[in-house]
Write a protein of this length. Structure first.
Length: 504
């Protein structure tokens, strides 16, 4: 069975939306070179207006087209900012007139790879903006309200254009990315404080939308073609959080991880509950702290999950992806208060394996050993209390190594950007960071489609299939390769999964 991951193109070293990409795993597949708090080198910081627990997280990517990463972030005064990644110079700012709680999503929405667009929700209006100058391309009024409301970008109807999907308290909406024409809307699910994920859970070749309905406490899968309900799972407990989706056991079927204050669930792609375990962690009513899916930390061959809380009993847990049992639990940390307070990656050079970035409520960045839950070091970046926020790993200066971006809230409404004083070669991280080679192969492949064929960048083997399963091309890439193809839909398989593309 093929896993068809259909998402906006997000380079490995960037952070293109809420919890990085459409799967919402919060996992970063590129390394960095840090070695303790003393290795943090401040690049720049800015003050941003931010409400308590509900604010815009940063999205990172080259939106201005100059080949340099940019950081796009909103604030509580309704201003969307675009900063130059290396030095914090303001490329442009745009007042949208209403508070921006949502993390923007960046990608190619008009089919022109030379331009990048930004999708963001301000109050109850969805905007798509030109990444070069922040001008409005189109906007649409949405029903209801949202605290997070971050868009997802995917071609849900396979017309060759990426669509914008957003969940509100009034329903779920999909709009065509290039002109804002409606694709579908659904009242089968609602979301006040959660963000959906995108995955082809029914394997029809089209991406579907999975929503954690925090109004009626359900996990709902919607057909990407028309928004109809595929299945629904009742959730026990308050404050369901934003789900994460991944094939955590490598069986060719997606798994969805979602939690409430009472329970955490692993749900199969067909809506079957694989396990449901007592969690017992407090979430904030506005942020609904969301889980991340890491790598396999207990050696059973299944990726594991991490969950933080708006409370300290416990503050952070590692949960077995195989059976939901607790691997470790920590109560010594200060609570979090954010929809995406933790990130997982491999960035601390002195620690075997990989780490968790944990943004706490006293304005501190904590670096946690993911295998044991031990705090390795911490850095105070805000005045606290109420300094919790986003902790993002992304390349802001174009050196291919990920940097720290810290977005505080309330009385620490600053965005601080740090690079490392330790220099060395960065690489892609595999599912087991302790066993990786310095030069990766399959995971470094990026795939894009356009007129007349596809382009592959990186290193690794690939195969191209028609949607009926016929192989039409295969080979190995060491750098860049153009593959000519007639117009149509194709499935491209690389070492990190498969994706469906449209050639025109």
């Amino acid at each position: 069975m093929l896993i068809l991951t259909i998402a906006q193109t997000c380079p490995l070293s960037q952070w293109c939306g809420f919890k990085r990409d459409n799967g919402g795993t919060g996992r970063v597949p590129v390394t960095a070179n840090f070695a303790g708090d003393t290795s943090l080198v401040p690049l720049w910081n800015v003050s941003l207006s931010a409400a308590t627990g509900i604010y815009s997280g940063p999205a990172v990517g080259d939106v201005t087209g100059d080949g340099i990463p940019d950081i796009v972030v909103g604030d509580d005064d309704g201003v969307l900012w675009c900063f130059n990644g290396p030095d914090g110079t303001v490329n442009w700012s745009r007042s949208l007139g209403s508070v921006i709680y949502a993390t923007p999503a960046i990608g190619d929405l008009d089919g022109d790879p030379s331009t990048v667009e930004i999708a963001v929700v301000a109050s109850n209006t969805l905007y798509v903006l030109n990444g070069a100058d922040g001008s409005t391309i189109w906007n649409r009024s949405l029903s209801g309200s949202t605290y997070n409301g971050s868009p997802r970008l995917a071609d849900v109807n396979s017309d060759g254009y990426v669509d914008v999907v957003v969940a509100m308290s009034g329903g779920v909406y999909a709009y065509r990315g290039n002109d804002g024409s409606p694709v579908w809307s659904s009242s089968s699910a609602y979301a006040r404080s959660t963000v959906p994920v995108i995955a082809d859970v029914n394997h029809d070749g089209y991406p579907d939308v999975i929503v954690s309905d925090d109004v009626s406490r359900r996990l709902v899968a919607l057909n990407g073609l028309n928004g109809s309900s595929l299945w629904s799972v009742s959730l026990s407990g308050d404050y369901p959080n934003s789900p994460a989706v991944d094939d955590i056991d490598g069986d060719g079927a997606y798994d969805i991880i979602v939690a409430t204050e009472d329970n955490m669930y692993r749900v199969n792609e067909d809506g079957t509950v694989i396990w449901n375990v007592y969690l017992g962690m407090y979430f904030s009513s506005d942020a609904h702290e969301s889980p991340v899916i890491g790598w396999d930390i207990n050696g059973d061959g299944v990726k594991d999950a991490f969950q933080s809380a708006y409370g300290t009993s416990p503050a952070l847990k590692a949960i077995s992806g195989a059976d939901g049992s607790t691997i470790w639990s920590v109560s010594s940390l200060v609570e979090t208060h954010s929809p995406a307070p933790i990130t997982v990656g491999e960035f601390e050079m002195t620690n075997p394996g990989y780490e968790i970035l944990y943004n706490d409520h006293d304005g501190r960045l904590n670096v946690i050993d993911a295998s044991t839950g031990t705090r390795l070091w911490q850095h105070t970046y805000g005045s606290g209390p109420f300094g919790s926020g986003y902790s993002v790993l992304a390349d802001v200066n174009g050196d291919t190594c990920v940097d720290f971006i810290l977005r505080g809230e309330y009385d620490s409404p600053i965005m601080s950007v740090f690079t490392s004083s330790v220099y060395g070669t960065c690489r892609s991280a595999w599912d087991d960071p302790t066993a990786t080679e310095e030069v990766p192969t399959a995971e470094a492949l990026e795939v894009s489609a356009g007129k007349g064929g596809i382009t592959l960048l990186g290193r690794g083997k690939y195969a191209v299939f028609t949607t009926s399963g016929r192989k039409v091309a295969e080979g190995e890439v060491k750098g860049k390769r153009e593959v000519a193809l007639p117009p149509g839909s194709y499935v491209v398989r690389t070492g990190d999964g498969t994706r469906r593309v449209v050639v025109f």
